[in-house]
Ligand binder design. Structure first.
Ligand code: FMN
Length: 263
């Protein structure tokens, strides 16, 4: 696959993957791709932990489900990210960013704009939205053939030092390399952020499962699997393929002076 084609077709996979383990050869390709990412002084500050054992994936599924329910029921998550929610194709075309909530049970549809609003939290809980999301999340994580723990060395990942920024940038590039390689191999990827968003005991449980030594920090979890073209969408789901045009986010010489590329 051509690089630009892989970049443009890379997507987050929100639904279930094929019930088929990833081959070691493919996992090795993903991780080799990570290792070729740039890093400050070629420090390669990342480490990865593969979680494939069924019982452990199920345990992570439970953590993902419970953390999803707690975070969504509390309501501050919605408020914090509300500005990114879109409810129609026209809105996504107009803004070129955000996520379009484009799949949900018919009973929720008439309330959608109200549900995802500053005041919608109570109604959201009455209609059991956090519960619906939690059930899906638990199954999606537990049934993913591979969960990847991504870590950074604390020797470089020091939050108030330049190396902290450098190591995070390096890791971002490594993850993108993994994601693009996955795209070329027909492997889907999704970030699992709810245990981290919930924090506290939820995130600690993930750390305890991975058992990093004191000088490594767990930064993120991702789930992987072969893409199932016939997968049913999650009960409440979104899509976000739209992008802003270059002229809207790139400036010439000074910030704000739009760069309009010659066609
Ligand atoms: C730092 C970061 C955190 C994200 N958190 C989540 C998440 O918790 N759940 C999820 O499904 N997607 C998550 N995403 C995926 C984004 O929502 C997604 O990349 C964006 O909407 C663009 O869609 P695309 O990846 O399909 O192009 C995250 C992405 C990044 C880079």
């Amino acid at each position: 696959m051509d690089v630009f084609q892989a970049i443009k077709s890379r997507r987050t996979t929100n639904g279930h993957f094929l019930n088929k383990p990833l081959s070691d050869a493919h996992i090795k390709m993903l991780l080799e791709a990570a290792s070729y990412a740039p890093s400050h002084f070629n420090s390669q500050p990342w480490r990865f932990v593969l979680i494939r054992d069924k019982a452990r994936r199920e345990r992570l599924g439970k953590i993902a489900g419970r953390s999803m329910r707690e975070v969504m029921a509390k309501g501050d998550f919605w408020k914090r990210y509300l500005k990114y929610f879109r409810f129609s194709k026209e809105e996504t075309e107009k803004t070129g960013d955000g996520i379009h909530i484009d799949n949900m049970p018919a009973v929720l549809k008439p309330f959608v704009k109200y549900l995802f609003s500053e005041k919608g939290g109570e109604m959201m809980n009455k209609l059991r939205v956090p519960y619906i999301l939690a059930i899906d999340s638990k199954k999606l994580v537990a049934n993913s053939p591979l969960i990847l723990g991504v870590l950074l060395t604390k020797e470089e990942y020091k939050k108030n030092e330049h190396s902290g920024l450098y190591s995070l940038l390096s890791l971002g590039m490594a993850i993108e390399n993994i994601w693009l390689t996955a795209t070329a191999l027909g492997i889907g990827v999704q970030f699992i952020s709810l245990p981290m968003e919930a924090g506290g005991a939820y995130w600690q449980e993930c750390i305890d499962m991975i058992q990093p030594p004191d000088d490594f920090e767990l930064i993120a979890l991702f789930r992987f699997g072969y893409i199932d073209p016939n997968a049913k969408r999650p009960t409440i789901d979104w899509s976000s393929a739209q992008r802003k045009p270059v002229s809207e986010f790139c400036y010439e010489e000074t910030f704000g002076n739009k760069w309009i590329p010659k066609e």
